[in-house]
Ligand binder design. Structure first.
Ligand code: BYC
Length: 289
């Protein structure tokens, strides 16, 4: 395996794993405030699924020789990135639905092609992740459908959440192809099967009819069908905002990392106890043999 391939793969898988783990925070914010027991159980299960995704992905990174403790240290120190999307606040319960619809929707669009990515352990992890993401997307859409059948205030909450999450969701696909340093090489290696712009376009085309069925307006006056291209035209993403958020200066970056650091430090005694227990079991097994 070429060293540069290994490095790229570790970078992408680690960033993906970190995103799943940090991604538990915005929705986790609503676990104690879900409006019913049913919604609380659904949300708990979803957030728990994200932890599972993070664990498969850290395991995939380990097959390349990465050390999990080291990857966590790099996340906390800011040396490794995670998806920009998780640096935005979740202000109302409608955000839970919109994250399922748009954020998980964008994630599926980006990750389904990764099931055929050239690195087997990553591709195989992605198959199960995509099935679960697809379920998450539907739960988000179902929640929004329910809210849209509710009161005018509930419909307004859904529209407001859509307005706030639409553009950040488009940023999830990464910078425009012309400014993406990794795309060309990752396409040659078949790590990526489509470019950032291709997947962003696919997401827009897929989402516009869903917004219409839901009865919300996507906050882009330039959004319209282009007969010639056979795609929707859409406005320019605010790339200055994207760069600010990726550089660590989004609305919640500091809070997300601080929370992760505190959880990691708070869990040190569990890791220590588990390691001592494992060593004791191994010693007992050896003595018995
Ligand atoms: N945010 O050359 P590029 C989820 C970085 S979790 C932050 O295009 P590449 C979920 C990029 O890493 C979903 N950084 O890079 C969880 C690169 O960094 P370096 C997470 C970004 O890798 C919980 C630099 O910018 N999904 O679904 O070819 C609840 C230049 O970019 C972003 C994945 O991780 C961004 N948005 O393409 C709910 C998918 N975009 O080189 C849901 C796997 C780019 O400076 N990853 N960067 O270190 C990928 O498919 C690719 O890595 C990307 C970027 C398309 C994201």
């Amino acid at each position: 395996m070429p060293d540069a391939y290994r490095k790229t793969m570790i970078r992408q898988i680690a960033q993906h794993a970190h995103s799943e783990i940090i991604g538990m925070q915005p929705e986790g914010n609503w676990v104690t405030r879900a409006p019913s027991l049913r919604r609380k159980a659904i949300l708990l299960a979803k957030v728990q699924d994200e932890a599972g995704h993070g664990l498969y992905l850290y395991s995939a990174a380990e097959t390349l020789g990465a050390d999990r403790e080291d990857l966590t240290a790099r996340l906390i120190s800011g040396a490794q990135k995670y998806s920009s999307i998780f640096n935005y606040p979740t202000l109302t319960f409608a955000d839970v639905g919109v994250i399922g619809w748009l954020v998980d929707g964008a994630a599926i669009c980006n990750q389904v092609p990764l099931c055929r990515s050239s690195y087997g352990p990553y591709a195989r992890a992605m198959i199960r992740i995509c099935k679960e993401e697809s379920f998450h997307q539907r739960q988000g859409y179902e929640l929004l459908m329910t809210m849209m059948r509710g009161t005018p205030a509930q419909r307004e909450m859904v529209q407001d959440a859509t307005n706030r999450w639409w553009w950040p969701s488009l940023m999830m696909f990464g910078p425009p192809d012309a400014e993406s340093p990794n795309t060309a090489q990752s396409m040659r290696w078949r790590i990526k099967r489509h470019t950032n712009d291709e997947l962003r376009q696919r997401f827009v085309d897929m989402t516009v009819p869903q917004a219409a069925a839901l009865g919300v307006t996507l906050p882009d006056p330039l959004l319209r069908w282009n007969d010639e291209r056979g795609n929707y035209d859409f406005g320019e993403v605010d790339w200055a905002e994207f760069k600010r958020v990726v550089a660590g200066n989004g609305p919640c970056n500091a809070q997300r990392i601080e929370h992760r650091r505190a959880a990691h430090e708070g869990g040190a005694w569990v890791r220590e106890a588990a390691a001592v227990h494992a060593a004791k079991r191994a010693a007992r097994k050896e003595a018995a043999a």
